[in-house]
Ligand binder design. Sequence first.
Ligand code: PLP
Length: 364
Amino acid sequence: MMMVPGPVACHPEVLKALAAQPLHPRDSQFVTIFRRVLQGLRGVFRAAECQPVLFNGGGLLAMEVALANFIEPKDHILIVNNGFFGEELVHVAKCYSRNVESLTAPIGERVPLEEIQVHLDSKPFQVLAVSHVDTGSGVKAQIHQLVQTAQNTDTLTIVDAVSSVGGEPLEQSQWGIDVCFASTQKAIAGPPGIALLMLSDGAMRRLDARKKPISSIYMNLKQWIRSMQSYEAEAVPRLVSTPATNLVAALSIALHLIQQEGLEQRIQRHHQNAQQLREGISSLGLKLVPKHSDYFADTITTIHSARHTTATKIVKHMLNQGVRIAPGLGQSREDLFRIGHMGNVTSKDVSVTLSALKKVLTTL
Ligand SMILES: Cc1ncc(COP(=O)(O)O)c(C=O)c1O
């Protein structure tokens, strides 16, 4: 059983789409599928007016494309770093600007809004980037308030929604997020292999106002936007590079399944499963990593390893019980372990995981 923070188990109908003969990317059947995907993505990001972009790749590519396209060399960039993927944002941003500053929270904490506000007021920052749910620490950022703060200073906001979209409340349009990026193998419950970006009108204007074109062909968002728009408007779409047509077809099924369940119900299911898991973990005498209940994520739970053991041992013994969970990332590799409950995870899956963990703790 997969209880990792991605890739997640896919529905049999999603698997069927993967096993079909590849369609030609200009085939009318594929054009229809692609249009459905673009529309479905607007739904799941709650971004009716935004421009979706998708291409072959993963979350890291989506992150790099976002930062490469919206950072100009002399720009000042602020990264809100709540864990491993905040650190990743810093590394990628530094490839595109020398002026990258980060505010870093200790493990289990999140950077306070007041600190972000003071920093944003100290000088003009062109871009602020943050992970919504940091899959390393399991900490959820206060995105709505954070975006409001950045809007007061006219700073473009880039949100890593890799571990949140499809499982956590996320309102790109209403909250005013300029750029969201994600991938398909997490709460959307598609297969890995597609990078997703969602661009607001403001983000599109920023791209048009860019002084110097980016030094990349594949990562140039302008090309991808033209291709996406041609899929929506024209009979014969423009291609940048051959889309992974089976992955796109599988994604269209995954998005359809989200619509069938209802996004709100899905988010509620994630919340109930997460609460069940958190309560079970606490009753086993283990300690959650996020320091405050506001920081809890509903897609992933991070837990301090019991005093006498390591994450590697817990993960290995859980696998022997038939449940795959994940160790920590980076410096926290052994100090914490991670349980993913995103995508199609049920309350029963959570119960099975808790029973397995109880057994493992008695044997270690
Ligand atoms: C928050 C977050 N951002 C980015 C990534 C990178 O995604 P990928 O592994 O698809 O490149 C991950 C992967 O787990 C993630 O959890």
